[in-house]
Ligand binder design. Structure first.
Ligand SMILES: Cc1cc2nc3c(=O)[nH]c(=O)nc-3n(C[C@H](O)[C@H](O)[C@H](O)COP(=O)(O)O)c2cc1C
Length: 352
């Protein structure tokens, strides 16, 4: 009898462990499914497939918290990029600066995809009804470029880099790609300047993480499992920042215990210390049209960096925290401007 009880208890424990493991695996989702979906999303452009294909490329652009804050409308000869107000991030981006910069990033990709499909054009800001970007296009010779090929390859790589300096020829090409009237791109590659940016990033991160509203908004856009990342199709998948994957409900509960100010500041210090340099984008005016131009310049910079084998990652805290903007703008040599975007770049291995 005793043996039978023991056996039943043992079998019960094994069944419970197995079903717990199965439940865990189901809640987590499959990394293989995730990798397959990403490979599909990031396949090369089919230039004969028309506007839907341009929009796939547009949505591969950098965008704040990966909110995908856009809607598109195609008319004869024009594609509209409209802000999606339901995807605002009012704490980190109260004036929709990042939302417009994100639309500018998408417009840069859209222009490249259309040009490769034999439709050349320009994007302009249309102020009516809250504003939109309109890409007007017409027939022209199909133009493939190294920037276009980099669109499905580029990603924000939030890892520690290897500290190597970037060749001046590559930096010149990145600056040339980012050259858009109305936007200055300033490169900081000497160590004392990078150190000052690091200190500003840490000051900004400390301020943001001390704000419960910021932390709650960020948590809302985090996806801890391949299942949640695929189901939502937006947000920040933890693996893409080098963090472990967990069933989403558990990740959400553990987040605030693991995501501490000291741990994050230490991480940012190591990331900046290992970077080849920092790029700061500063538009000449502080309005949605110019925020979008800054986004386009930044996207093209990242694409050229990617084509040259460099990684990029945003470290935007000193542009997001208003009290730090003045010092960053002065460091960039343009003290009267608002810094729009801050990126670090360097060499390192890819993350998911
Ligand atoms: C205006 C803007 C601001 C951003 N700020 C940050 C930031 O401060 N920190 C960060 O890690 N990523 C930042 N990002 C990067 C986005 O999170 C990233 O582009 C998005 O998750 C999509 O991922 P991908 O760039 O790998 O395609 C920013 C992107 C944009 C366009």
């Amino acid at each position: 009898m005793q043996r039978r009880t023991l056996l039943l208890a043992g079998t019960g424990a094994v069944v419970a462990a197995a079903s717990g493991w199965t439940a865990w695996r189901v809640a987590l989702g499959s990394s293989t499914d995730y990798a397959h979906a990403m490979a599909m999303l990031r396949r090369p452009l089919d230039p004969s497939a028309g506007v839907a294909e341009w929009l796939r490329f547009a949505t591969l652009a950098a965008n704040g918290h990966n909110t995908q804050p856009w809607r598109f409308r195609a008319d004869a000869g024009a594609v509209w990029l409209l802000p999606d107000p339901s995807r605002r991030t009012p704490v980190v981006d109260p004036d929709d600066h990042h939302l417009w910069a994100s639309l500018g990033c998408a417009a840069a990709n859209l222009e490249l995809a259309a040009a490769a499909s034999g439709r050349r054009g320009t994007t302009s800001f249309v102020p009516d009804d809250g504003g939109a970007l309109r890409f007007d296009h017409a027939s022209g010779p199909a133009e493939a470029s190294s920037l276009l090929a980099a669109v499905p390859q580029r990603q924000s790589t939030r890892s520690v880099y290897d500290g190597r300096a970037a060749p001046s020829g590559d930096l010149a090409q990145m600056l040339a790609a980012a050259s858009i009237p109305g936007v200055a791109t300033v490169l900081l590659t000497d160590r004392p300047a990078i150190d000052r940016v690091r200190d500003l990033v840490i000051a900004g991160n400390t301020a943001q993480m001390g704000d419960p509203g910021f932390v709650a908004e960020l948590r809302d856009w985090l996806r801890f499992s391949p299942r949640a990342a695929l189901a939502r199709g937006d947000g920040l998948f933890s693996a893409c920042s080098g963090n472990p994957t967990l069933p989403d409900a558990i990740g959400r509960r553990l987040f605030e215990r693991v995501f501490t100010i000291d741990a994050e500041n230490d991480r940012y210090a190591r990331q900046l210390d290992s970077s080849s340099g920092v790029a700061v984008f500063l538009a000449e005016r502080d309005d949605p049209a110019h925020w979008a131009l800054a986004g386009a310049a930044c996207q093209r910079f990242c694409l050229m960096a990617c084509a040259a084998g460099l990684r990029t990652a945003f470290v935007n805290q000193p542009a997001e925290v208003p009290s730090l903007r003045g010092e960053l703008a002065a460091l960039a040599g343009l003290p009267a401007r608002r810094p729009d975007i801050v990126l670090r770049f360097g060499y390192g291995s890819a993350l998911p």
